[in-house]
Design a protein around this ligand. Structure first.
Ligand code: MRU
Length: 357
């Protein structure tokens, strides 16, 4: 399995995704500030991976703390959580992961006999639990979603919603993997995903590791491939899904969704329940990260736009729910109207998460 991130005794170890596909190198974050920097600089990226990294960052911060008592530890936890939460605004999983560990520590603190060491141990255990849960959720999404994909044909994906974006297996790519494991003959079109090239660099790299045939498309090529009948389904991940089913995902996803609808192609979203944000009513309220203009003005360190040109670099866009054929979660497959189906799936679940319950 691709080692996206890993808790170790020395700190949190990350596969450096900024160096892929040419170099497979690792970065060790030895304290929570370094974890925050790893998230901010996209050494780790992808909503579920960011969520677990945030949780591990809190655990690491508490573990390294010299706090003399529980009250002091809580004071430090506040600063640790604020620092990690300030890294990337769109993926709700980040706040969910941080909150899961904070909630565990607060709950245990209220019990008799709480000590700094016990709280530190509980934080680490909770972060590790999130890691295991994430892999299990990806496997479950694969099991729920595999039959939605064609028995044979091509599937288009945008950005990287794979093992690299999670703790393993992937969301959208997990569904593709599960379908292939069940005998579907699939070929994948990976949108290159300007400007950061997650599709060209990461999706192509990880699918080829699994020997799943993959063709990289520049983002402006999807329309003609769909018109030519070469794409039978689209499947993408998500950074945040609002209570009405609007989906925030990597910039360009909205355009792909419109194209899919125009060509009568199903458009699926695969995301864990931790990506569903029932506290945000519609996509309008989802904060969209604006990244450095340098990602657009420069390519491999070389300037490609004239000095003085205005530059926009929103990292995500919102696809309205009406374009989404189904949302695949670890709890099952959601269909429109999403407001209702999400509420009933939430009620049916035994253990709603603290951040989204
Ligand atoms: O900016 P990134 O690379 O973190 O964006 C990632 C995406 O948009 C993914 O599609 C999304 O996080 C889902 S990952 C399972």
């Amino acid at each position: 399995m691709i080692p996206t991130l890993q808790w170790t005794d020395a700190g949190v170890r990350f596969l450096d995704q900024t160096k892929l596909p040419l170099e497979e190198t690792y970065v060790l974050a030895k304290d929570y500030r370094e974890v925050a920097e790893v998230i901010r600089t996209m050494i780790v990226r992808g909503a579920p991976a960011i969520g677990v990294s945030g949780a591990m960052g809190v655990a690491l911060g508490l573990l390294r703390s010299q706090a003399q008592d529980v009250e002091q530890l809580h004071h430090e936890m506040h600063l640790i959580c604020e620092t990690l939460a300030a890294t990337r605004p769109t993926a709700v999983n980040l706040f969910w992961g941080i909150e899961r560990v904070r909630h565990t520590v607060r709950t245990l603190s209220a019990q008799p006999g709480a000590t700094v060491v016990r709280l530190q141990q509980a934080a680490v255990a909770e972060a590790q639990r999130l890691y295991d849960e994430d892999i299990a959720a990806c496997r479950a999404m694969g099991a729920h979603g595999a039959s939605l994909l064609p028995r044979s044909g091509s599937v288009l994906t945008h950005c990287n919603a794979g093992a690299l974006a999670t703790c393993g297996y992937g969301t959208a790519l997990g569904v593709i993997r599960a379908a292939v494991e069940r005998g579907h003959q699939l070929h994948v079109f990976a949108d290159e995903t300007r400007p950061y090239l997650q599709g060209a660099r990461l999706t192509a790299w990880e699918l080829l590791q699994d020997k799943i045939p993959t063709t990289v498309l520049c983002d402006n090529m999807a329309a003609s491939q769909m018109r030519a009948g070469k794409i039978q389904a689209v499947i993408v991940g998500a950074d945040r899904i609002a209570a009405n089913g609007d989906v925030a995902n990597k910039i360009g996803t909205y355009g792909v969704a419109i194209l899919a609808k125009e060509h009568g192609i199903p458009f699926y979203v695969a995301a864990p329940w931790s990506t569903i944000d029932l506290a945000t009513p519609t996509g309008e309220q989802i904060p969209i990260e604006e990244r450095s203009s340098r990602e657009v003005t420069h390519f491999h360190g070389r300037q490609i736009t004239p000095d003085g040109a205005g530059i926009a670099n929103p990292a995500f866009d919102v696809t309205p729910a009406r374009y989404v054929t189904a949302i695949i979660t670890e709890r099952g497959v959601l269909r429109a109207p999403y407001g209702e189906s999400m509420q009933s799936m939430r009620s049916a679940s035994q253990s709603p998460s603290p951040a989204t319950a």
